[in-house]
Design a protein around this ligand. Structure first.
Ligand SMILES: [Zn+2]
Ligand SMILES: [Zn+2]
Length: 237
């Protein structure tokens, strides 16, 4: 089974880790594929893909973006160009597909992130053309909403379930992952298409919890800033 972490933030948005730190952490964990999904930015993901090739790392990098739409966060994978924030969720999904990418409804029912104006698209996931739904989000706050999303997907949406750490620190990489038959990005895409993915979550370790809290306190996660998920109209372009 291949292992992919499909939701990682670098210091190109509100993450604390550099793309190099993320790449080496992914190699250390033996991940086959990672997606860097910075808020409203793809420069870090593009850099990670270049470095992985140059350093011949056994980790393939997907260029992704967590887009702040006017109706909540969603992730585009396999992007060629940055998508600007604050379009509607439907227009954002269309733009992802126009670029040949896949649209993922991340943390669609997160109650915690919604408090910070960083929630997902909620029940819009039923109406829009999503390719996958994040049934395992690695944030320590998401246990209940992961369980809810998993059951909702089983009963209502029937999309490919994927896992991503939503890591904002180096140690959180790999906290939640997607398992798929195969080892490379093409096989991962196929698995999403045929809905043969499954998810796995690691129990939170004390060090990772401490890091999560420390980074919150340092303000590195910048949840309310221009680089974070909450974004004002003036930062949209
Ligand atoms: Zn988010
Ligand atoms: Zn995220």
């Amino acid at each position: 089974m291949g292992r992919a972490d499909l939701h990682i933030h670098s210091d190109h948005s509100d993450g604390a880790a550099t793309v190099a730190q993320i790449l080496f952490r992914a190699r250390h964990l033996g991940l086959d594929v990672i997606a860097i999904t910075d808020h409203n930015e793809i420069a870090g993901a593009q850099e990670a893909r270049r470095l992985a090739t140059r350093w011949q790392l056994p980790v393939q990098v997907i260029v992704g973006e967590e887009v702040t739409t006017s109706e909540g966060h969603l992730v585009g994978l396999f992007l060629k160009e940055r998508i600007r924030p604050l379009l509607t969720a439907a227009a954002t999904v269309d733009e992802i597909h126009r670029q040949g990418g896949l649209a993922v409804a991340v943390h669609p029912f997160s109650a915690w992130l919604k408090l910070f104006d960083c929630g997902g698209v909620g029940r819009l996931v039923e109406r829009l053309q999503f390719d996958a739904i994040e049934t395992a989000n690695g944030n320590i706050t998401e246990g209940w909403s992961n369980a809810w999303t998993e059951s909702y997907n089983r009963k209502v949406t029937h999309l490919a379930g994927v896992g991503g750490s939503d890591a904002h620190t180096e140690v959180a990489v790999g906290q939640a992952i997607t398992l798929f038959p195969g080892t490379d990005v093409q096989m991962l895409r196929r698995a999403i298409y045929y809905k043969t993915t499954s998810v796995w979550e690691s129990p939170w370790k004390l060090g990772a919890v401490a890091d999560f809290v420390r980074n919150h306190l340092k303000g590195k996660m910048d949840l309310f800033g221009a680089k974070g998920g909450a974004i004002s109209q003036s930062h949209a372009i």
